[in-house]
Design a protein. Structure first.
Length: 499
């Protein structure tokens, strides 16, 4: 068995009475004898409910890798695992129509303009993947996927207070190969005459590998490819986990360690079925914190919780009335308009199609100390309950429209044509991805808390998770700094490119 780990860490099944699978660390288990114990629920969590399990011949009762969540990141994990190894992968998704999922309700932007190297590298790889998506996600006998990728770049605007940060970030981006040019207010005004730069000190424009795409089409392309690689998608809601105790014996010493063994899933027929797994990946997006809680994270499996919760984003589609559009024709954003991000005000604006529509939104600010927030910081959006998906039109009137009319004066006369709201997985600790194995449950892998950047980093995150499963280390982009351990040591990643 140890030779298999040394040859690549591929998943294997243990022939035990409980049917448990083991994905272990050879360094931690070397010289130890492992004795499996019967199925068990956490001793320190006696109040956990019990469920009656109903077997079903058509329901997968075991797999090598179980992915909780079938959004873009979950589908990416499944795609990469099933692509690189003959691995039995099952994805559990409770909302197969994706009516409330974070991925299709996002704005589908991709940019390299971050400060931390991991985020820059993930975006660069994601952009390369999207450029070749018709080959990467092609399925035999089906039309190549088209995600309506618009490579028109991001224009990040900084006032005097944020200009130096923009310069510093630009150096980090260019060092890693990103094509981002700094622009003076005069140059921006010459390039985009409709833009008000009177209070802008510096701009940064991505000339390559940036733009936006249709997130729903991207999600469906990933899922279709994963299915073609024999990934099994199961409709159901995760209710709980089952645990087993592993006893390790070395000489006269012995100890026991709890291990995640199976997931209890409530199916559409209201029956509960279990899936035994070797490794489980938490890709539950905004609800990742709840999934982690079911696994005992922050409870009996260590006291540090996964600080991920749903946060709502209201997005608005606006357009100019015909008379206003005709009057302001020369000062209206055209087909070459970039994706605008205004650092000081939090405004986001991009073109939507070719009929004069624009997508715009303003995000609430990060929970930084008061002395680190700019004077123009946006007040918090109404509290998110994780259920309400109604867009907040008061938010548009009070927060979005004034900033939009100031930055693009012709937009003062815009009308809201459509709107939607979606949730994203907000990391309350530092707004950055948490990825890697849990220190206690080594067969539990996180990929959560991207805080609005999950759709653009999904491809890189999926590849990284597959590397951890197969090789127990990163082979391409090193994401070690983004591990769960940083939560235990209170080491924050200070990403200054989050807007």
């Amino acid at each position: 068995g140890r030779a298999l780990w040394q040859l690549g860490g591929h998943l294997r099944r243990l022939c035990t009475p409980t049917g448990a699978r083991f994905v272990g660390d050879p360094k931690r288990t070397q010289g130890l004898e492992r004795v499996s114990q019967p199925s068990w629920k956490g001793i320190e969590n006696k109040d956990r409910p019990t469920y009656t399990v109903d077997p079903d011949e058509d329901f997968p009762d075991e797999c090598d890798a179980l992915v909780i969540g079938g959004g873009a990141i979950g589908c990416s994990v499944a795609y990469w695992l099933s692509r690189q190894v003959n691995c039995n992968v099952v994805v559990v998704e409770r909302d197969p129509a994706y009516t409330r999922a974070a991925s299709p309700l996002s704005c589908g932007g991709i940019r390299q303009q971050f400060s931390e190297p991991e985020n820059i590298q993930m975006s660069l790889f994601g952009s390369q993947f999207l450029r070749n998506i018709k080959e990467n996600l092609a399925v035999f006998d089906l039309d190549p996927p088209d995600i309506c990728y618009a490579p028109h770049g991001y224009l990040v605007l900084a006032d005097e207070a944020n200009a130096e940060t923009l310069r510093t970030n630009n150096q980090a981006q260019r060092k890693l190969g990103a094509k981002v040019d700094l622009m003076s207010p005069e140059k921006m005004k010459e390039t985009w005459p409709w833009l008000n730069v009177s209070d802008i000190a510096l701009g940064a424009f991505g000339t390559e590998n940036e733009g936006w795409f249709d997130p729903y089409l991207f999600l469906q392309a990933l899922k279709r490819k994963a299915v073609s690689q024999n990934v099994k998608f199961v409709v159901g809601e995760l209710l709980d986990f089952e645990f087993s105790m592993q006893r390790y014996v070395k000489g006269d010493l012995s100890f026991e360690q709890e291990r995640l063994k199976a997931a209890l899933v409530k199916c559409p027929d209201n029956l509960v079925r279990n899936i035994n797994f070797g490794v489980v990946v938490n890709a539950a997006g905004p609800w990742a914190g709840h999934v982690a809680h079911l696994a005992g994270v922050g409870d009996f499996a260590g006291k540090v919780k996964l600080p991920v919760e749903p946060r709502r984003q209201s997005v608005f589609v606006v357009s100019l009335p015909p008379h206003a559009a005709k009057k302001a024709a020369a000062a209206t954003p055209g087909i070459d308009a970039p994706f605008i991000q205004d650092v000081a005000s939090g405004l986001h604006l991009r073109r939507d199609g070719f009929q004069g529509d624009f997508v715009t939104y303003v995000n609430p600010p990060p929970p930084l100390p008061v002395d680190q927030l700019s004077e123009s910081a946006v007040p918090d959006e109404p509290e998110c309950n994780g259920v309400d998906l109604e867009p907040d039109y008061d938010w548009f009137d009070k927060q979005v429209w004034p900033r939009l009319a100031h930055r693009v004066p012709c937009m003062e006369a815009v009308k809201v044509r459509n709107a939607w709201a979606g949730f994203y997985d907000y990391n309350t600790f530092d707004q950055n991805l948490v990825i890697g194995r849990h220190p206690f449950h080594e067969n539990l892998i996180f990929c959560n808390g991207s805080s609005g950047h999950g759709i653009q980093h999904a491809v890189a995150i999926g590849r990284a998770v597959s590397e951890l499963v197969l090789f127990r280390q990163y082979k391409t982009i090193d994401l070690s700094r983004m591990s769960f351990e940083r939560l235990q040591t209170a080491t924050r990643i200070r990403e200054t490119g989050i807007i």
